[in-house]
Design a protein around this ligand. Structure first.
Ligand code: GDP
Ligand code: MG
Length: 166
């Protein structure tokens, strides 16, 4: 199985930490070279039977400049290039304006979106369910997966769920 997966999320939610964790294990290639004009390769996760190319999708973030505005227009087509998108959130902070903006972009495509709730090592378990309810009201997510990118909690489950969409 193989395919492309976009990693999306506002700054500081843990995108790089998640990639580093995967790289520490099984990443074969790390590159900043553009894969297309719209997506940038973060890393390639490879096992005997699976290859997942993780991509950065800059156009989906809130525009900070004219260039950002231009990239916004490509966000929709960038999301169409992937088998699934991981929408990373900081579960210790919860829903914010940056998240709402990204969700609006995600609604434009039919690409399955995972709600990946990161930093669960900093969160009381009973806080998760109300937060899930809040996000679910905004968008229908294909999967909801709590992880800790820092501690490595539940990363195997995340990878297993991704491969179901490849
Ligand atoms: P990015 O901007 O989305 O790439 O976020 P980073 O990967 O740079 O992480 C931002 C900060 O959050 C760093 O200080 C990380 O160490 C921290 N961080 C990332 N993942 C976790 C996690 O699962 N648990 C905790 N406690 N901190 C995390
Ligand atoms: Mg980063």
């Amino acid at each position: 199985k193989s395919g492309f997966v976009a990693i999306i999320g506002r700054p500081n939610v843990g995108k790089s930490t998640l990639m580093n964790h995967l790289i520490g294990q099984k990443i074969a290639i790390m590159s900043d070279k553009p894969q297309t004009t719209r997506n940038k390769i973060h890393g390639v996760y490879t096992t005997n039977d699976t290859q997942i190319v993780f991509l950065d999708t800059p156009g989906i973030h809130k525009p900070q400049s004219k260039l950002g505005n231009y990239m916004m227009q490509t966000a929709e087509s960038a999301l169409k290039e992937v088998e699934a998108a991981l929408f990373l959130i900081d579960a210790s902070e919860g829903l914010g304006g940056g998240d709402r903006f990204i969700i609006e972009q995600l609604k434009k495509v039919k690409t399955p979106v995972f709600l990946v709730m990161n930093k669960i090592d900093k969160v009381e378990p009973e806080q998760l369910l109300p937060m899930i309810t809040q996000y679910n009201e905004l968008h229908e997510f294909a999967e909801i997966i709590p992880i800790s990118a820092l501690k490595g909690n539940n990363i195997e489950t995340l990878l297993e769920q991704i491969s179901r969409y490849l």
